[in-house]
Design a protein around this ligand. Structure first.
Ligand code: UD1
Length: 417
């Protein structure tokens, strides 16, 4: 298992380009299941999760061709309705094939997902939604089995706003008979991007980006082309990197409108963030101000930025409270940050961070995708050397992270474990 060794204390400076969004690319690649013929998707990041979904789609009979960041997919030869355990266990988002398989083939057999160890993360709301559309769902030997000779539009209310749940249901409903209304739908930019792709394919969708999405089913969809939106979490991670190293970073190719909550919060800490042609520029402050943060579904502060933000708070000049309301058990990075000298007390869904003590390099272990990003940020800011093991977590979601940070002046090296 590879490690990333970081020599801390170097100011990050320069320009970095943001990759395509993993969380947008995953459902978009999966949407190819709904069509026959070649779809072309550009700006697809080269990440472990993306390779996993391509393997899964290929396993279902989809032809997949990759050239750089362009991925072409043709699902004319779709010949399986089963997503096996080996492919699904490493990535929860594999469950996204359920909706399109049900819509195209009338049945799907998908292993219960694995993925990041952040709380229970059930998929009950996806399944309730499919049931509302007329599917029969059962659980056999660790597999979800869904059957629906025909799907019928329905009113679906999500008890909790769920991103992949909304995407999954949207992909089933586009080929269902009649109208489907998704209420308390997720409003994330990745949901909007998927709705755009589906609309280009010929789907009839209204309200994506709001809490009520109306879908009128159509007979069939046609292939399309689309450029994946930039990764707002990667961009946010670089914004924090400027803050923790008192750096000056221009982040190219990001979409500032997707980052409003993050920009707003980071400005409260003293980071100067300016919109420039082609992206954002972030300049870290000498003194970082403590500020409380609460994670919420979009447009609130993203849970996927919580761990990175906490590193900034470890370096800030006082007490702050981070409240995690989206996932339970999403403070597993805390014990690793404590090993680096952070003063953090967790109580239920809140973490109280007493900043100002500085961070010192230490061997630490990545536990999930965003936690590993926080450890890298902590390593950049710490005195001495930090060794982050289990970096395969970070490779799920950050393209060439150590190369991008090295290009900005960070001292990082990937070594065999
Ligand atoms: C997606 C993102 C992930 C991000 C998360 C929240 C992808 C591939 N992943 O994950 O990076 O952290 O949104 O922004 O896009 N829930 C249920 N039942 C369900 C579904 C969800 O109780 O059937 C709960 C979850 O446990 C969680 C909350 O709803 O507490 C939100 O989860 P959800 O939005 O579904 O997260 P994902 O779509 O898995």
């Amino acid at each position: 298992m590879e490690k990333i060794i970081i020599e801390g204390g170097h100011r990050l400076e320069g320009t970095v380009a943001v990759s395509g969004a993993k969380n947008a690319a995953l459902p978009i690649l999966v949407s190819a299941l709904l069509t026959e013929g070649w779809n072309t998707f550009d700006n697809v990041p080269d990440l472990r999760d993306i390779r996993t979904i391509k393997s899964l789609l290929a396993d279902l009979g989809v032809q997949v061709e990759t050239s750089g960041s362009v991925v072409k997919l043709d699902a004319s030869g779709l010949n399986s309705h089963e997503a096996p355990y080996d492919l699904v266990r490493t990535m929860r988002a594999s469950v996204l094939v359920l909706g399109p398989l049900l819509a195209r083939l009338g049945r799907a057999r998908v292993s219960l997902p694995g993925g990041c160890a952040i709380g229970a993360r059930p998929i009950d709301l996806h399944l309730k939604g499919f049931e509302a559309l007329g599917a029969k769902i059962s659980l056999n030997e660790g597999y979800i089995e869904a059957e629906a000779p025909s799907l019928k539009g329905a009113e679906i209310y999500f008890d909790i706003s769920t991103v992949t749940g909304t995407e999954n249901l949207m992909m089933a409903a586009v080929l269902a008979e009649g109208c489907t209304t998704l209420r308390n739908a997720a409003r994330e930019p990745e949901v909007v991007a998927l709705a755009e792709v589906l609309s280009q394919m010929g789907a009839r969708i209204e309200g994506a980006g709001t809490a009520v999405i109306k879908i009128t089913g159509v007979e069939a969809l046609k292939p399309t082309s689309f450029t994946v939106i930039p990764d707002r979490i990667e961009a946010g991670t670089f914004l924090v990197a400027a803050g923790v190293t008192q750096g000056d970073i221009k982040i190219e190719g990001c979409e500032p409108s997707h980052l409003q909550a993050v920009i707003n919060k980071l400005r409260q800490t003293g980071i100067t963030i300016e919109q420039e042609p082609g992206g954002l520029r972030a300049i870290g402050a000498e003194t970082i101000s403590s500020t409380d943060v609460k994670t919420l579904p979009y447009p609130g502060f993203p849970t996927d930025m919580q761990a990175q933000f906490m590193v900034l708070m470890c370096l800030a000049n006082g007490l702050s409270v981070t409240s995690e309301t989206v996932f339970e058990n999403r403070f597993i990075h805390v014990s690793e940050l404590q090993r680096m000298g952070a003063d953090i007390t967790v109580s239920g869904h809140a973490a109280v961070v007493k900043g100002g003590g500085g961070l010192t390099g230490a061997p630490v272990m990545a536990t999930d995708l965003r936690a590993s990003a926080s450890l890298i940020l902590a390593g950049l800011a710490a005195t001495g050397t930090t060794e982050v093991s289990r970096v395969y977590h970070i490779d799920r979601g950050y393209e060439a992270i150590e190369k991008k940070l090295t290009q900005l002046g960070g001292h990082l090296e990937r070594v065999p474990g």
